[in-house]
Design a protein around this ligand. Structure first.
Ligand code: NAP
Length: 255
């Protein structure tokens, strides 16, 4: 029986991949950028502002790292960013839809702006990027997309209703896109992290942190590298039979 992989990218796996990481300026996105730079890939990241990490990668990897400022809640910014990546490297092999935002507070007290900011980036921004990049991937009949979701999209969380709704929406998008693109050699998966040590979790006080650690079988909060490793696994060109799944990466918290 032949063991030839079906994904054309797998036959060309010595070529560096072109990887887009949205929100790749800090937090989890920075950990994902580091991981793909370490695996020798060409990495394009965007966010609304430049950070010291971005400055360092620009200096250390001038030919393999590209960064542009973009507000992905705006369709025109998403298009300009993808166009710039394709102009530079001619293709996109991997898209990590990581940029996301949360606003704390019970739904009854949320303003229109609180709702718009979270929905416009988490859902609409991910839709804009996935639409633009999947068109390019369809033309090449290969690629991998990973949507960064959250365990609260499944379990819910008091004070994070809007955010939870957007993450549940992403899981639906993951499954639909996997069905649309599977026959064209493109995989689409999601990752639902638990609590990570990033700026987004800085709102948790020490009591809440301690409680999460005690309830987590792994005994600690997650680090960006824990999720970055799973991104690498899900975007391995040889992994063309794994699609339409949302993997929970939470140290066993919701097991
Ligand atoms: P973070 O530290 O707040 O980083 C968010 C990133 O997104 C930054 O690079 C930020 O840069 C960028 N960003 C924010 N608004 C943007 C916009 N409108 N357009 C483009 N980029 C934008 O968050 P994180 O903790 O790393 O979270 C990353 C992802 O993991 C999110 O999708 C989040 O929902 C998910 N997640 C996080 C946790 C956690 O515990 N931290 C748990 C589960 C899931 P700028 O602000 O400069 O734009």
């Amino acid at each position: 029986m032949s063991e030839t992989p079906q994904n054309p990218a797998a036959q060309n796996s010595t070529q560096p991949r072109v990887v887009i990481v949205t929100g790749g300026s800090r937090g989890l996105g920075a950990g994902i950028v580091e991981s793909y730079l370490a695996s020798g890939d060409l990495v394009a990241a965007c966010a609304r502002s430049v950070t010291p990490e971005v400055e360092r990668w620009r200096t250390e990897h001038p030919d393999r790292f590209f960064f542009a400022t973009a507000d992905l809640s705006k369709s025109a910014d998403a298009k300009a960013f993808v166009d710039a990546v394709v102009e530079r490297w001619d293709r996109v092999d991997v898209l990590i839809n990581n940029a996301g935002v949360a606003r704390d507070g019970i739904l009854g007290m949320a303003t229109d702006e609180d709702i718009d900011v979270v929905v416009d980036l988490n859902i609409k921004g991910t839709l804009y990027m996935s639409r633009l990049v999947s068109r390019r991937m369809l033309a090449r009949r290969s690629g991998s997309i990973v949507n960064i979701s959250s365990i609260v999209g499944r379990s819910g969380y008091r004070g994070l209703g809007v955010y939870s709704a957007t993450k549940a929406a992403l899981d639906g998008l993951t499954r639909s896109m996997a069905r649309e693109l599977g026959s064209r050699g493109i995989t689409v998966n999601g990752i639902a992290p638990g609590y990570l040590r990033t700026e987004m979790s800085h709102g948790l006080d020490e009591g809440q942190m301690g409680q999460i650690e005690r309830r987590t079988p792994a005994g600690r909060l997650g680090e960006p590298v824990d999720v970055a490793r799973v991104c690498q696994f899900l975007t391995d060109p040889a992994g063309s039979y794994l699609t339409g799944q949302v993997l929970v990466v939470d140290g066993g918290l919701t097991s």
